[in-house]
Design a protein around this ligand. Structure first.
Ligand code: EPS
Length: 382
């Protein structure tokens, strides 16, 4: 089974991560991972931080001559901005900088400071920052690579930012990322893209921030991942957990999602047919998962990101030192990170599906895994 752990503060020296449980023989290069890191760094409305960082991964262990060894893979991404923050983020000597004591509503600042008895909210915000998603994307790139070897593709696009909604629905996963990556907001509807850019500019002028909705689509996933038998093995439950673990994600829906609650059952369920290719459906309202099990149709999952809590026109808060009303702590921040979050979502979805795949098929090497999956594909007619 796959698992990963990340460490690192936003302005600390580096982000590090360990991924364990990959079969041996998976081809991987730092350049493949760096491509995913570049995709995550893009997006209109990011902070000046993205001009400082050019995220690049260093593979520290678990890979030899371009292939995984079956041992834990350790990765490192240096924070270039660390050079500017050394005096504040010093691991040992007591450094400079004032304590930050006015928590931002909507961030982990207050709850984290109370829980861990910190008087300086920087001790919370440095780790709760979405900077951490850089190392997650790096680690999960190996899961994406594994899925690719099995012809399973993961792609995403942005459906809305603020009140602006895309009006194009997407079905072809193979070209989706190529199209979405060309857009500064990862939106494949050019008309909506224009309006989204305007909305972000407007939010910036107002000192405000914006959220949005994105969709992740996965093609080629075999039937039978996850299970109906235990609550903690249901594939949709596992994906929802993975997605809501991304900073600022507040809602997740599969297939028709919330709309299904308003429509009669006859229009919601995907009717079953049988032909030379096996079982098939003419619709995919379930989003590729029935009873917690993948049904062979594309996985379609959407997630909503709330607006980022750091505002340049700060909200009302309380100074934790004096208990007096105060304006929330100001920290350089993104105005909108929905395009980046869609790339992070692809990563955690890839990880969750690779894990479910390994749970079903096992295999210590890629050759073994591939053989088992192709045999299953031949015999399970869905
Ligand atoms: C973030 C605040 C900003 C973002 C950061 C997430 O960082 P800074 O405070 O250094 O300007 O840019 O995201 C990243 C650095 C990144 O690589 O995604 C926050 O508070 O969550």
């Amino acid at each position: 089974m796959l698992r990963y752990l990340t460490a690192g503060e936003s302005h600390g020296r580096a982000l590090v991560g360990i991924l364990e449980g990959l079969p041996a023989g998976l081809q991987i290069t730092a350049e493949y991972i760096n491509h995913q890191l570049r995709r995550r760094q893009q997006g209109y409305g990011r902070s000046a931080r993205q001009r400082i960082e050019t995220d690049r991964v260093e593979i520290l262990s678990g890979v030899r001559f371009g292939k995984t060894l079956g041992s834990p893979v350790a990765l490192l991404i240096e924070n270039r901005d660390w050079q500017n923050w050394k005096h504040i983020m010093e691991p040992e000597a007591v450094g400079g900088g004032e304590e930050a004591t006015v928590p931002r509503p909507g961030h982990a600042d207050l709850s984290g400071a109370v829980k861990y008895s910190h008087s300086d909210i920087r001790n919370v915000l440095e780790r709760s920052s979405a900077r951490e998603t850089a190392i997650r994307v790096a680690l999960c790139s190996l899961a994406r690579r594994l899925l690719e070897e099995l012809e399973i593709l993961v792609a995403s696009h942005v459906l809305s930012i603020g009140e602006v909604e895309a009006r194009i629905s997407v079905t072809d996963v193979s070209t989706l990322n190529e199209l979405a990556d060309r857009s500064p907001v990862r939106c494949v509807d050019p008309e909506a893209e224009k309006q989204m850019l305007n909305q972000i500019d407007h939010a910036q002028q107002q000192g405000n921030s914006l959220g949005g909705v994105f969709e992740v689509i996965v093609s080629g996933l075999p039937v039978g991942l996850g299970s109906h038998v235990h609550w903690d093995r249901k594939l949709d439950g596992l994906l929802a957990q993975a997605l809501t673990s991304i900073q600022a994600i507040k809602a997740v829906e599969f297939g028709l999602g919330f709309k299904a609650a308003k429509i009669p059952g006859s229009a919601v369920q995907d009717q079953i047919y049988y032909g030379p290719q096996g079982y098939y459906r003419k619709t995919n309202n379930a989003g590729g998962i029935e009873g917690g099990i993948s049904n062979g149709q594309p996985i379609v999952v959407r997630a909503a990101m709330k607006p980022i809590p750091t505002l340049t026109t700060p909200l009302r808060s309380v100074d934790m030192k004096t208990k007096q009303p105060a304006s929330a702590h100001k920290e350089r921040s993104d105005i909108c990170a929905v395009p980046a979050a869609s790339v992070v979502a692809e990563a955690v979805v890839a990880f969750t599906l690779a894990n479910a795949l390994l749970e079903k098929f096992g295999g210590d090497s890629m050759a073994e895994l591939k053989q088992r999956v192709s045999q299953w594909r031949r015999t399970s007619s869905c």
